[in-house]
Design a protein around this ligand. Sequence first.
Ligand code: GLU
Length: 422
Amino acid sequence: MKPKAGDKVKITTSDGEFEGIILPRPELLSQDITVLKLKTGYNIGIENKKIKKMIVLEEYKTPVLKAKKLKPKADLPTVAILSTGGTISSRIDYRTGGVYADYSAEDFVAMCPELEEIANIKAAKVMSVMSEDAMASDWVKMAEEVLKVINEVDGVVITHGTDTMHFTSAALSFLLKDLNKPVVITGAQRSIDRGSSDAFMNLICAVTAAAKWDGAGVVVCMHGTMSDEFCNLTRGTKVRKMHTSRRDAFRAINDEPFAKVFTDGKIEVIKEDYAKRNSGKTSLRELEPRVAMVYIYPDMDPGIIDYHLKEKVHGLVIVATALGHVPTNNPKSLIPALQKAAKKIPVMICSQTLYGRVHPYVYANLRKLSMEVGATYLSDMLPEAAYSKLMVALKQKDAKEFMLTNIAGEISSREVDDCFLI
Ligand code: GLU
C-alpha cells in the first residue's frame, strides 16, 4: 500500500526515525520531499532519497466528530458559545495541508468535556471565517446573534480568529448598547491538533467568565502568560494582539486586565473598574462601513488621502506619529489634503505608539492639524477601536461628539502611564 496524505507513518532514514502524519507536499516544494507533521505539531521535510523504509501505522480516515446531546443541569448557569472561525475552530485539511475552520460549537463541547461542568452550553455556528477575512458586516452579524441569545443565557462566548480579534472586540463594544452581561471573546494561537494548543484552556476560562464573572461588557479572554497559569480578562476596547505567535500575545494597552481567570473556576479581580451585570435592556447600534484608516510614515504621498476621498469614504482615522503628527512642513505636507478631507468628512487622530495620549496643542504642527484642519484628537483611544467606533459614530446625530464620549472604556479617564508595557 502506498502511503498517502493523512496517513500516520513511521519513516526510517539515514538521519534517524520519524513518526508523524504525511502532509500533501506544497506545490512549490520539490517533488523529492516528503512532508511529515510530527507529534509536536511541527512539520518537517524529508528528502525521499534518504528514506530507507516507510510503514503505515494508521490509515487516514475522514474524522467524524459526534456532537454530544447536552442534558441541562438545573444548578448551573447557561452560556452560549457562538463560533465564528479561526484557529480555535480549525483542523488540518490533509488535501491542502492548511489549517481550516470547521468545528461547530457543539463539537467544542465534544472535544472539551470540562465545559459541561461549568455551564449548560448552548451552541451555534455563526460563521466560519479566518479573522483577516472578517468584514464590518460580520461584526454586525455577530452583534445580532449575541442580541438573539443574551436574554436566555448568563453570558456569551464568541470563539474567533486571533489576528483581528481586537478589532471585533472593539466593534462589538460599540455595536452592543447597554450590554447587560459579559460577552467573552476567545481564540487560540496554536491549533487544537498541537500538544501546545492554548485552545482548551482559553475556552474553559472564557466559559467560566461568561458563566460567573460579575461584569457586563465585551471582554477578551486569552492566556495571561506563556505557560498554562491563567487567562486574562481584558476590556474589549483596550486590548491588542501584540505578538505573532506567543500564547500571551493579547495585552491590555493603557489599561490593566479586569481579572485573572483560572481553570479551577477561580476569578481573581485585578481592577474592579467595570460595569456590573444588570437587568437593563441591551440593544444594537448601527454602523456605516465606509471608513478608512491611514498609517502615517515619512515621505508618504498625500495622494493617499485624496484617493480615499475619491473612493467616497465617510470617515477617516489617521494613525499619526506619537502625539498626533503628520508631515506638515515639507514639500509633501499632508495638511492641504487633510484640510480638503475634513471639510467633507470627520477626520480622527490617534497614535501609532499605542501607549499614551495624542495631544492637539503641544507643538505648532499639532495645532495646524487640530485647528486649521479641524481634525479630532482621540486621547488614548487605540487605532483599531477608533476605526469601528467611527463607523458607529457616523450613524449617530453628532459623530464628533460621539467619538469624544467614552462609550466602552476606550478613553481612559485617568493617567495611564503605570500601565506601560505590562
Ligand atoms: N489568521 C487566522 C485568524 O485570525 C488564524 C489565526 C488564529 O486564529 O490565531 O482567524
